[in-house]
Design a protein around this ligand. Sequence first.
Ligand code: ADP
Ligand code: MG
Length: 472
Amino acid sequence: MKIVDNLKVQLSEKTEIVTNQDAKYLWKKCLAIIKEQVKPITFNTWFNPIIPLEYNDNNLKIQLPTQFFWEWIDEHYSSILMNAVHRVIGPACKLSFIVKEEVENEKPPISIVEVKSNGSNGKNNNLPPIESNLNPRYQFSNFIKGEGNQLARATALAISDNPGETSFNPFFIYGGVGLGKTHLIQAIGNKISEKFPDKRVLYVSADDFTRKFVDAIQNHQANEFQNFYRSIDVLIIDDIQFLSGKEKTQDLFFHIFNTLHQARKQIVLSSDKPPKELKGLDERLISRFKWGLQADIQPPDFETRVAILNSKAQEFGMNISPQLIEFISTNITSNIRELEGCLIKMLATATISSKEIDMELTRKIVKEIASDKKVSLGIDDITKIVCEFLSIPENKIREKTRKKEIVFARQIAMYLSKEFTSNSLKTIGLYFGGRDHSTVIHSCNLIEKNIGSDPYLQDVIEKLRSKIDMII
Ligand code: ADP
Ligand code: MG
């Protein structure tokens, strides 16, 4: 904490003896000195908004608009600020600050010296142990290393050895669904808990965090809530994208983040997107997410999928041939949760029907898992694919036009939406410009009827089907 170090700064010979003890008067003199040393824009942005509150016992108390102000000034202008204070008031003068939001909440002021002592990385010996919410199943030992997770895993290991002490703070890990984010961030928590039993490690999903905060507000315990989170040594928040649009929770998290980060407590976050792509999140949070290290997790390659399946099969006590493992790895490619789901389904089916785990069973289950995904494909996805393929602007397909090529595209899009999505005919009709469900039936029948006799139509449908097959 630079301001604290600067309390010891050697003073210039210009130090005055102050007689007027009025905080406003003293601060005005400080500002005059500062103004000479910084650019006008810096002065106006960072120093003008500071309000002097009181001066007594060699302590000048000032008020800053936000916590961020304090951090910024501490980082960039601490020596200029402290030199001015020492020149005007004297070498023994201390500065303490209070944040405006806290004045509104009538909290006691934070002295800069206090911030320093709270900020030491000591153990929280006086605090009771907490429930970490960690699942012991998620360990580094059962997290398979692959090209797609190399950086994320290596960083996670480094953090576990040295929580809060690396420059990877916060550690922000992002990637698609089912790729191992939760596993990895919980592995960090489990390893730290094992290695440093005194550290207060907490895992919480952003959803849970929000829910608990809302409860706390309703029970008038918002302060206790905040204090609890500020007492954590390793705070792991999963799926941080769910804070999106929740302004109050974001604001609270912002303050918790600042306290923990300043005190060199480790923060680990996961998200489905990199910080810069997060929507509905406050810019100041996003900028903090970029402070440490961001690492992504990519879908596993074939070899990693095989390795994961082998490891899971062993974990589940399943005896399964390399051919079957390869078959699954070839057909389920995007998501580790699905690879795992496939094994669980195979195990369950084999146990219930006392069947052998053979190729027939495997094929059936892989197919089921693949077809489950159709549900998640929407009419808009189908429309996009059809319009792109037939070079038709997407908005046209929903208009009332009777232009031949548009009508053709619309009929195909309806036909494929019926085949690939779980939407009702009514919904499909509504999507395509508020048409009746009988129009959808008519379109589907027409395509069905012509497909046998029209090789062009047959070709188009086949190509579109394989395009759709590729993404589901
Ligand atoms: P995410 O949080 O990214 O959606 P999860 O961490 O929940 O994904 O992972 C889904 C499942 O896949 C979990 O059961 C997890 O144990 C497993 N998994 C993910 N990545 C790996 C890996 N590299 N090695 C072993 N298991 C993994
Ligand atoms: Mg997850």
